[in-house]
Ligand binder design. Structure first.
Ligand code: UD1
Ligand code: UDP
Length: 372
């Protein structure tokens, strides 16, 4: 008899990191696997589904413009009930730390299924940073039966919370499964978005790639970030800044108001995964507050300035590829200037590291579930 597996996700990063798990599970004939998307994100989720050729079995289609945490949480929990009633999964998989993760964990627990947390154990132990992600993942950790921790440090965080050791498996991060597969393909595939990017990227110039969206940076944080980018662009007219702007209106507004019309800053729409991976490979430095990008950049040998005060991903900071710069304009500008001009420092920060995985996380998860 086949066991029934329901994989739930809702945002772009969850989709990128769960796509290889969907592909892995589909290889196992003794698994019946279904995919449910909450569509907490819509366009940015669909870009990932298209690239990985995943057609969800269930789509709650929940995203609303400028949505809030209260209604989104409620809609996810109530939206999932009929799906659990119909499919009655044995195992449910949630990922990371979004509202989808937290609300789907609660609904899965109510259903009686075994709940599995992919990317478990990341912690800052500061409940306001990142907000609300730190609490989302702690709630998921409390509920889940099995914990797939990307690194030894994330396993240790779970042990500190008295999670039973035999319910934790260190797997590596599934983002590296996605990245290794995609980064080898992007140099070969014919992709209209990449072709278009080639008309923007000047390979003779150093390029800074920027992304940002964190809720705790909305408002003053984003204004500081944009002021820093403006100063870097003005001081280094020979450097290109390329910024695919997240669709959150709290990000779109300050970014377009402060940075539109500056010649060497290119504000573009969010990119589908292969085009973004290609752009990372072309970049000189990455400035971001993204979790996923912090994990991908060391595997591509790209130094990262992280616009946050805390990180739940200390491994790359310890390896020397990532520096925390917060949202202080002067600090961002100083560190960026240094990387652009100090070759010795740049070289030491751009050594290749793989602290987050070897591309086999999903295989390990499937084997663990079979033996559970
Ligand atoms: C969410 C997650 C965050 C994750 C991030 C990844 C929560 C609370 N936040 O933040 O943990 O790191 O996604 O990007 O779970 N929008 C669109 N189209 C899209 C996506 C978003 O228009 O495809 C706009 C909508 O107006 C939407 C808004 O962005 O209401 C905010 O989306 P939401 O998922 O609530 O927050 P994010 O900032 O994207
Ligand atoms: N990404 C993408 N297109 C973009 C920007 C980012 O596909 O235009 C990918 C990136 O490679 C990474 C993920 O999206 O895998 C990170 O998503 P995000 O920064 O939105 O969320 P976080 O990782 O911070 O939760």
């Amino acid at each position: 008899m086949k066991t029934k597996h329901l994989i739930i996700f809702g945002t772009r990063p969850e989709a990128i990191k769960m796509a290889p798990l969907v592909q892995e599970f589909k290889k196992h004939n003794d698994f019946d696997t279904k995919v449910c998307v909450t569509a907490q994100h819509r366009e940015m989720l669909d870009q990932v589904l298209d690239f990985f050729q995943i057609t969800p079995d269930y789509d709650l289609n929940l995203m609303k413009p400028n949505q809030n945490l209260y209604t989104l949480t409620a809609d996810i929990i109530t939206g999932l009930q009929p799906i659990f009633d119909e499919y009655q999964p044995d195992f449910v998989y949630v990922h990371g730390d979004t509202t989808t993760t937290m609300a789907a964990s609660i609904a899965s627990f109510y259903s009686g299924a075994k709940v599995c947390h992919v990317e478990a154990g990341l912690r800052t132990f500061n409940k306001r940073s990142p907000f609300p992600e730190e609490i989302n993942r702690q709630v998921a950790g409390r509920i889940c039966d099995f914990h797939f921790a990307p690194t030894i440090q994330s396993k240790e965080n779970l042990l500190k919370e008295n999670i039973k050791e035999d319910s934790i498996l260190v797997t590596g991060n599934t983002v590296i499964d996605a990245l290794l597969d995609s980064s080898s393909r992007v140099q070969e595939i014919q992709n209209a978005e990449i072709e278009h990017l080639k008309t923007i990227v000047d390979s003779e110039k150093k390029m800074i790639l920027v992304t940002g969206h964190r809720r705790e940076n909305h408002g003053k944080g984003f204004i500081n970030i944009c002021e820093a980018l403006k100063e870097i662009a003005t001081t280094h007219p020979d450097v290109q800044i390329i910024y695919p702007v997240h669709l959150n209106p709290n990000v779109q507004k300050p970014v377009h108001e402060i940075l539109s019309g500056i010649e060497n800053i290119h504000l573009i729409n969010p990119l589908a995964y292969p085009a973004f991976v290609w752009l990372m490979t072309q970049s000189y430095v990455i400035i971001t507050d993204s979790g996923g990008v912090q994990e991908e950049a060391p595997s591509l040998g790209k130094p990262v300035l992280v616009m946050r005060d805390t990180t739940e991903r200390p491994e790359a900071v310890e390896a020397g590829t990532v520096i925390l710069v917060g949202t202080n304009t002067a600090k961002i500008v100083t560190e960026a200037n240094d990387l652009l001009t100090n070759t010795v420092r740049y070289q030491s920060m751009s050594a290749l590291h793989n602290p987050y995985g070897d591309g086999k996380a999903c295989e390990r998860i499937a084997e663990f579930i079979k033996s559970s």
